[in-house]
Design a protein. Structure first.
Length: 258
C-alpha cells in the first residue's frame, strides 16, 4: 500500500528526518511513536506533499508520489487529519463533508453557475453520500449543527469522517486521541478499528497515548531525533531498550542519558 524508501528531510543544516523507511500493508493499522520533536509530523507532511523530501522516495500502490502536490496525493488515495483539529468552523457538519466530496465530484463551472441538470444530479449524489457517511459514524443527527458547536470528541470524529469523504485507501491520523479522557480514548479505538473494517482502508497514525497504539496497532515504528530506532509488534516495542531510553531519557543499564 504505502512504502517510503530512505526518506530524508533537511531544513538548512537541520536534519528533521533521516533515512526513514516504512511499509504499510492493506488493512493494517500501523503506529508511529516517539518523544516530542522526534520528527513524526514531519513524516506525515512529507507523505502528504506538504514537504518535498531532500532525498528518498514514496510510493502508493507502486505509484511514485514523491514531491507531488497535496491535492494530487489526496486524489491518489491518501487522506489525513491534523494534530490540532482543522474543521471549517463556520460551516455545518454536513457542509464540512460536502467540501471534501468535491475532490471526487466536481461539476463543470457552467453547470454550477446555471444549475444545469448535471449539476443538480451530482449535488444530490454528494449529499446522499455525505449523509450516509454521517449516519455510519453516528453524526447524522448533528448534520445541521455548526461544526464548532460539537463536543470535542465529536469534532475529532467529524474531522476523521471528512477525511473519509475523499474515499482514501490510506488514512493518516495525527494524534487523534489528543485531549481525550480514558473513556473517549477507548471509544476512539473502537471507532478507528470500525472504520478500518467498514471502509476497507489502511491506517497510519501518530499517537502519544500508549493505550491507543498498543491496543489497535499491528506494528509500530519509533522515531527519535528523526532516526528510526525500533520497529516491531507492540509487545516487542514495549521491551525495546532503545525505546525505553528515548522516552525516559535514561540509560537503563545504569548511566544517565543526555
Amino acid at each position: 500500500m504505502l512504502q517510503t524508501n530512505q526518506v530524508t528531510m533537511q531544513f538548512g543544516g537541520l536534519t528533521a528526518v533521516s533515512g526513514f523507511s516504512i511499509a504499510v500493508k492493506d488493512g493494517e493499522i500501523v503506529g508511529l511513536i516517539g518523544p516530542n520533536g522526534a520528527g513524526k509530523t514531519t513524516v506525515f507532511n512529507i507523505i502528504t506533499g506538504v514537504y518535498t523530501p531532500t532525498r528518498g522516495s514514496i510510493t502508493l500502490d507502486g505509484r511514485n508520489i514523491t514531491g507531488k502536490q497535496p491535492h494530487v496525493i489526496t486524489r491518489a488515495g491518501i487522506a489525513r487529519t491534523f494534530q490540532n483539529i482543522r474543521l471549517f468552523h463556520e460551516m455545518t457538519v454536513l457542509e464540512n463533508l460536502l467540501v471534501a466530496c468535491n475532490l471526487r465530484e466536481r461539476p463543470a463551472l457552467a453547470e454550477s453557475v446555471l444549475h444545469l441538470p448535471g449539476y443538480l444530479k451530482k449535488e444530490r449524489k454528494v449529499r446522499e453520500f455525505s449523509r450516509e457517511l454521517l449516519a455510519s459514524v453516528g453524526l447524522l443527527e448533528n448534520a445541521g449543527d455548526n461544526a464548532v458547536s460539537l463536543p470535542y470528541g465529536k469534532q475529532r470524529r467529524l474531522e476523521i469522517v471528512r477525511a473519509l469523504a475523499t474515499e482514501p485507501k490510506l488514512l493518516l491520523l495525527d494524534e487523534p486521541a489528543a485531549g481525550m479522557n480514558p473513556q473517549e480514548s477507548q471509544e476512539l479505538m473502537d471507532f478507528i478499528v470500525g472504520i478500518r473494517d467498514k471502509f476497507r482502508i489502511s491506517v497510519f497514525l501518530i499517537e502519544h497515548h500508549m493505550q491507543v497504539v498498543m491496543g489497535i496497532c499491528t506494528r509500530l515504528y519509533v522515531l527519535d531525533y528523526g532516526i528510526t530506532i525500533a520497529e516491531g509488534s507492540p509487545a516487542e516495542i514495549q521491551k525495546n531498550q532503545k525505546v525505553i531510553e528515548a522516552y525516559l531519557g535514561v540509560d537503563t543499564r545504569g548511566d544517565a542519558g543526555a
